[in-house]
Design a binder for this molecule. Structure first.
Ligand code: 13P
Length: 253
């Protein structure tokens, strides 16, 4: 079984002082734990200070996005190569907020994954359906379509370096987490898809994590599902106690 992965997606939150304080508190409470991979994904501008803050601890550094080109005339963007040079180890791609608000499509996300793998950064690929799609019984066709297109150039050797984050759009920031059985149903289908496409060994080594209103209370049951290998946490990652509870639940799962 693969190690649990708990990633905190801070999104566009926190002042510099708050980011410093949160990092410091997390380091003092989580630095001893070794059972779970804990990743912090701050906004780009705080990457250097979080890097300094977590130095010497077991906490790892992630980013929330990247651009597939290594450099060039892409005002406001940050490349995977630049992240690598800042010692970023993980990067979220394909988040629904980027798909919806910035028009990112699967082909563009696939290029980001290629760039990250090339740089030795572990992608966290988000997939998930909207409420409308779920109601129209299209959940699996949407999720499998996103997987197929976003992982188009990925080999069986590479796929286990990717964490797939199933984030039903209707559960993000709503306080309405999917019920664990609903999440597990999709996670097991994702596992099957990976097995069919890349073989059992690679599929079993690939982490499939859940995101959408995860908190300290619902984490234990969620993380005890057979095919849930961690969580991508938004709101609760900004709260030391909640985030700690989630990491503890992962360690005990
Ligand atoms: P919430 O945990 O705030 O619902 O956000 C989930 C998410 O989008 C993580 O990437």
């Amino acid at each position: 079984m693969s190690r649990m992965l708990i990633a905190g997606n801070w999104k566009m939150n926190l002042t510099r002082e708050e980011a410093l304080s949160l990092t410091g508190k997390l380091v003092s409470t989580l630095s001893e734990q070794r059972a779970v991979d804990v990743v912090l994904c701050p906004p780009f501008c705080y990457i250097p200070l979080v890097f300094q803050g977590i130095k010497g601890s077991t906490i790892r550094l992630g980013a929330q996005n990247c651009h597939p080109e290594p450099r060039g005339a892409f005002t406001g963007e940050v490349s995977a190569a630049m992240l690598e040079s800042m010692e970023v180890q993980f990067c979220i791609v394909g988040h629904s907020e980027r798909r919806q608000n910035f028009g990112e499509d699967d082909a563009f996300i696939a290029r980001k994954i290629d760039a990250l793998l090339e740089e030795g950064i572990w992608p966290i690929l988000c997939v998930g359906e909207t409420l409308e799609e779920r109601k129209a019984d299209k959940t699996w066709s949407v999720v499998s379509g996103q997987l197929k297109s976003c992982l188009e150039h990925v080999s069986a050797e590479e796929v286990s370096r990717i964490a797939v984050a199933y984030e039903p759009v209707w559960a993000i920031g709503t306080g309405e987490s999917a019920i664990p059985q609903q999440a597990e149903e999709i996670h097991s289908k994702i596992r099957e898809y990976l097995k069919e496409t890349y073989g059992t060994g690679s599929a079993e080594a690939t982490r499939i994590i859940y995101g959408g209103s995860v908190d300290g209370e619902n984490a234990p049951e969620m993380l005890n599902q057979a095919n849930i290998n961690g969580a991508l946490v938004g709101g609760a990652s900004l709260d030391v106690e909640e985030f700690e509870k989630i990491v503890k639940a992962a360690a005990e799962a």
